[in-house]
Each structure stands twice: as C-alpha cells, then as structure tokens.
Design a protein around this ligand. Structure first.
Ligand SMILES: Nc1nc2c(ncn2[C@@H]2O[C@H](COP(=O)(O)OP(=O)(O)OP(=O)(O)O)[C@@H](O)[C@H]2O)c(=O)[nH]1
Ligand SMILES: [Mg+2]
Length: 644
C-alpha cells in the first residue's frame, strides 16, 4: 500500500487542558494561552512537516460536552463528524482525568482514529496522582501518550502515535453501556441503516436516545417519520426502567463508565493535608475576603503599571530629547524634511508614550491569566454580572477587553444566547483597552496623579454597570446560570508569559507604528497646507464650546478612530513636547481622557462588531457611543469647572 503522506489532525478536548500549548509547539504559531476555559473560540489551522508527512493541525475550541449548543462546541462536533480528520488528538488534563474521560467517551462515539495526549504530567507528580497508562490504553483501545505540554515533552510522541494509528486503521470497537441501553441503541442502528447522513450510525442512535434536537432535526429531514417514532418509544422504555429522563440515563451511563475507568487506572497517594493552592483558592474565592484580595491585586497591578510606565517614559524622554534640533541642523526645514521629521517624531512619540505602559500592562495581565487568577475574578463577579442580565462568563470577554477590544468582541461567542452575546459585546466596547490605559496613565496619571486615573476607571465601570442594567431591561430574558469550572492555580510559566507579552507587543508595533507614522505625516501635511485649523474649527462647536477643549483636539479625536493611543501620541506630535500640562488645564485633561475612553470603538473593534453582530448593530453601537461620550464628557466637564 502506498503511504498517505498528507495528514489532517484535530486537537480536541475539554476547555483549558493545554490544546493550544500543544498546537503552538506543533505549528510554531502563537495561539492564545491562559489558565481559564474558553480562550480558543474559532478553529485555527497550522501545518507542520514530520518524517515525510505534511500534517495539517487544527486547534479546536475547548468543549464542555459534545451535546450542547454553544457555537464553539458545534464547530468542534461538526468538524470531527463531518470533515472526518485522519486522526483526533484528544488532549486530556491528567489531574482531572475522570471529568475529562466523559468527553473522551463522547469523542470516541464519533468513531475517528483517536490518540489521547495525557497532559499536565508534571502536575500529576506534584499532586501525587499515579496513572496506569498501559491499563488506560487497554481499556480505551487507543494509544495514550504522556505529555508535559508547557515543557514541550511528549509532543513528538503524539505525532508518532498518530502516524502509527493511521497506518494500521484499526476497526472501531465501542465501549459498551449497560445491557438495556445497548439493546435499544442496536435497534435504532438497525432502523437508521438506510439513512444517508455523514455521522456514524451508533452515534446517531445514542444522540436520538439523548433527545439531541439537532440530530432529531437532521433525521427528520432525511428519513420517514417512523424512525423518530421508534426513538420516542425506546426513550420511553428506558425512562420506565430507570425512572429518569432518557437523556439523563445516557449521561449517567457515561459518567458510570468514566468513573469505573478512572478507578481502575488512578492511584492517589497524596497526604490528606490541605495544600497551599487549596488555601489560596479558598481565600481568593471567599465571599468577602475574595473582593479585598481582588482590589489589592488589581490595585498593585495598576500601581506597578503607573510607576514603571512613568519611570520608563521619562527615561526614554531624556534619551530622545533634542533630536529635532539636530535633525533641522543637518537636513534644514524644507517641506520634505519636515514631513520626514514628522514620521520620525510620531514613531518616537509612540515609543516614548505608549510602550512604557503597554509592556508592564500585558506582562501583568498574562501573569495573572496564566496563574489562574482571571478565572477567579469571573467567579467573584458572577453575581454582579447577573445584575447586568448576563452570565458570569461575560466577565471573560470583558477582562480580555482590557487588553484589546477586538478579541474581546470575538470571544463573546462563549456566551450561550444571542441576547447575552450582544449585551456582552455592547458592554465590552466600553472597557478601557490597553490603548486607553496609555491615555489614562500617560495623561491623567502623569499630570494629575494616580488618584484621578483610578477615579476615571471607576467612573467608566459605573457607566458600564448602568448601561448593562438598562440594556438588560431593553432586551429582556433570563441570564443562564454560571456553569464554568474554575481552574486550579498553576505556577505561572514565565516563558509563556514573556512570549505572549512579546507577541502582543510585536503585533502592537507592527499595526500601530505604520498608522502612527502615516497619521503624523498627514497631520504635518495638513498643517503645512494650512488646513489643520479649518478642520479643527469645523469641530469646535463640539470640542471647544461643549467640551471646553482646545480646538486642536478635534483633529486628535478624528485620528483616534484609527487607534485610541493616537489621541495622545498625536497630541505630543502637534505640541512638539510630551509635557501636556503646558496646553491643557486639569479639567481639560480629564475631559479629553473621558471622551477618548468612551467616544467610539476604534476601527478594528467596529470591524469585529460588524463580523459578530452585523453591520447595522455595529454602526448602531458606534453612533450611540459617539453621542453618549460627547454628552457625558460635556456634562462632567461643566460640573468639574464649578468645583475646580
Ligand atoms: N503545569 C502545566 N500547565 C500546563 C501544561 N500544559 C498547559 N498548561 C497550562 O494550562 C493552561 C491552559 O492551556 P491552553 O493551551 O490555553 O488550553 P486550551 O485547551 O487551548 O484551552 P481553551 O482554548 O480555553 O479551550 C495554560 O495556563 C497553560 O500554561 C502542562 O503540561 N503543565
Ligand atoms: Mg486553546
């Protein structure tokens, strides 16, 4: 037989088990990694070459079970069942094997060649859990590969196992449920014999007994009513035997199987004493103390960003000061020379103003994320989120929003219902992203003090809260309950944290730098052509009369649509200095910061909103934000003027 040299493999498993870490090792790509469930929201593909094979690898979104209907779970289920990859690598968190096995059993029902990558072996040793791999292989009849993904151990072995598996093409032997269930599955398989659908018949039969709505619909389209009637009859029989809903019976059968397998292969030798992480967990999730710890941790985070950012910013300022004079001495002040200088100056301003705050911001965010603390915040604020009419999970897109609103909007898909998805998406656009952090820290924090910077954050959170309540009243419906497993704390893996910070930074520089340079040159060009003033003046009814800002800020706000940090970076370009206190009084500083925080989603976020919710809604949110920001900032500036 000629060997097939092209392979298609999919990484599937429950959420937060290390699929993306393995994917990144395999493909050299940079999928997002962190310690909370639901990071990967859309399947991502990469290619690698191994021993003469060209292997396409897919990182699938994490799943709770293959029976529910959130979009990411359907993506995974359909992909495995219909696209039929050559092999599936079932990534499993070894520290919670029993829970993961339930998913494995469901996966095996899809009848694709499967390899189990038993991950987090390093933690097994710590938790004194022993797993008998050979026994597990025998029971499941699939290869089981021990893996320590973050250290890159076991990755090549996964590929070896996959290649070995596709070469043999072993016939599929299902793990059997209880007799009374098996008998009914068999009957349904017979009934389904001539139905032409891409799914395995045994899987269809099980799903029909589970009352899976999608499968019922599919079977109804493809076959005579008879089969569904037969399924109903068999469901009833099961319910009579077990006195429970038939979907529950099947789920219980799987749990029973998983628990039996776990009992056979796991040996726990851990002493009974309470571990440090368990203590830490009970403190950080505590009903009252948890909030204090949260405020403390976030407070330290912002203080560090502020102190480090200010320090680095002034260091860079001192290094880069006085360059303009030298430039003009060498190249003169012709139009061309001025335009080139504008480009350089914009880049310098970006490095001087934005970078010092963005670096510590991402580093700490990823540190907290990899440690597992972000998931605790989701748990703590679940109550609060319910008041906004959404599930506590909504907190996750919102936390992501602090980094960048774009992935945050996309990750609204983890919400169960369309309504919650939209409310969360709407609120996410109000979360101050890293670019806004730059404005708050570099403008308000630097010139008015950290107290004012924090007050602005609190004010925006209050606005988000109020808008959330209003939105949930306008779009009525009950939030779904919090079903999110809180992951264990893991010692943050510094290399992962540093490389994630680096990728974000790289992305930031590649996207922001060209925009900043082009904007700088355009502004200089407008200035030289004498157009800057007329444009600024045309906006002055809003900027000067209503908001009380200098007319020039109109230009900044226009460029800020591209990227929010442009508001500040271009301000320094226009002024020729980053000492903003020279041109803005304290009330103006606060007003400008507030408008920048609220006034519009940046262009990339608008695009993300359009993709997720349609253009009508995206433009609706944009229009709302512009009007809302102008209104609120105007009122606040008038109130501040009374007291200042
Ligand atoms: N200690 C330890 N941690 C690991 C290992 N593999 C992954 N992790 C951590 O587990 C967490 C989850 O990893 P991801 O790769 O993001 O998980 P995922 O399965 O892609 O998760 P979703 O995309 O959310 O479904 C991260 O914090 C990783 O650093 C491992 O072998 N040992
Ligand atoms: Mg992932």
């Amino acid at each position: 037989m000629i060997e097939k040299k092209k392979l298609n493999i999919a990484l599937a498993g429950q959420a937060n088990v290390g699929k993306s870490v393995i994917f990144n090792h395999l493909t050299g790509l940079h999928q997002h990694i962190g310690n909370w469930p639901g990071k990967t929201i859309e399947k991502v593909e990469g290619t690698l070459f191994y021993k003469g094979y060209m292997i396409d690898v897919l990182d699938l979104p994490g799943i709770c079970s293959l029976s529910t209907y959130s979009i990411e779970e359907l993506i995974s289920r359909d992909f495995i069942a219909i696209q039929r990859p050559d092999a599936v690598v079932n990534v499993v968190d070894g520290t919670v094997l029993e829970r993961n096995l339930i998913f494995t059993l469901q996966l095996l029902e899809l009848e694709r060649p499967t390899v189990m990558a038993l991950n987090m072996i390093n933690l097994l040793k710590k938790k004194r859990i022993e797993i008998n791999f050979q026994r597990l292989e025998k029971i499941l009849q699939i290869p089981v590969v021990p893996v320590e993904a973050i250290y890159g151990k076991g990755i090549a072995e996964i590929l070896e196992a996959v290649i070995g598996l596709v070469k043999i093409e072993k016939p599929f032997k299902p793990l059997k449920f209880g007799e009374e269930v098996e008998a009914r599955i068999e009957k349904l398989i017979q009934a389904l014999k001539d139905v032409d659908v891409p799914y395995p018949k045994r899987w269809l039969a099980i799903k029909l007994l589970e009352k899976d709505k999608e499968v019922e619909k599919l079977v109804k389209e493809k076959s005579p009513q008879k089969i569904l009637e037969e399924a109903k009859k068999l469901q009833k029989e099961l319910e009579e035997i077990h006195k429970h809903d038939s979907s529950f019976v099947i789920a219980a059968e799987r749990c029973f199987l998983a628990s039996n397998i776990a009992k056979e292969v796991i040996k726990i030798t851990a002493p009974k004493k309470i571990s440090f992480t368990a203590r830490l967990d009970s403190l950080t999730s505590h009903k009252i103390l948890g909030y204090f710890v949260m405020i403390l941790i976030l407070g330290i985070m912002f203080l560090t960003i502020f102190k480090f950012g200010n320090w680095l910013s002034s260091v860079l300022e001192n290094i880069l000061i006085g360059w303009q004079g030298s430039w003009e001495r060498v190249f003169g002040s012709s139009i061309l020379s001025s335009l080139i200088w504008a480009a350089i100056e914009s880049l310098v301003a970006l490095i001087e103003i934005a970078l010092p705050y963005i670096v510590p911001f991402y580093f700490i965010l990823f540190l907290l994320e990899d440690w597992g603390y972000l998931a605790r915040i989701a748990f703590l604020v679940d109550n609060l989120m319910h008041k906004l009419g959404v599930h506590g999970k909504a907190c996750i897109p919102m936390i992501l929003g602090f980094g960048c609103n774009v992935p945050a909007c996309l990750s609204c898909r983890i919400m169960e219902t369309q309504r919650e998805r939209f409310i969360t998406g709407f609120l996410v656009t109000f979360i101050p992203c890293s670019a806004i952090t730059v404005i708050i820290m570099g403008l308000v924090g630097k010139f008015l003090g950290i107290g004012w910077a924090l007050s602005l954050y609190l004010f925006v959170f209050l606005i988000i809260f109020i808008l959330g309540i209003i939105a949930s009243k306008i779009l009525p419906g009950e939030p779904t309950e919090l079903i999110m497993s809180v992951p264990d704390y893991k010692f943050p893996h510094l290399k992962t944290v540093i490389s994630q910070t680096w990728f974000r930074l790289e992305e930031f520089l590649f996207i922001a730098a060209p925009l900043v340079i082009i904007s700088g040159v355009i502004i200089k060009g407008l200035y030289l052509a004498g157009w800057l003033e007329p444009i600024a003046n045309s906006l002055s009814p809003i900027t000067v009369q209503w908001l009380g800002l200098p007319a020039i800020t109109g230009i900044l706000l226009i460029f800020g649509i591209l990227r929010k940090e442009l508001v500040l970076v271009m301000l320094s370009v226009l002024l020729g200095t980053s000492n903003f206190a020279q041109v803005l009084n304290p009330v103006q500083i606060l007003t400008l910061a507030l408008v920048s925080m609220l006034y519009i989603p940046c262009i990339a976020t608008i695009a993300a909103l359009g993709k997720e919710f349609g253009w009508e809604r995206a433009l609706g949110i944009t229009a709302f934000k512009i009007m809302f920001a102008i209104l609120i900032a105007g009122f606040i500036s008038k109130i501040l003027l009374i007291f200042w």
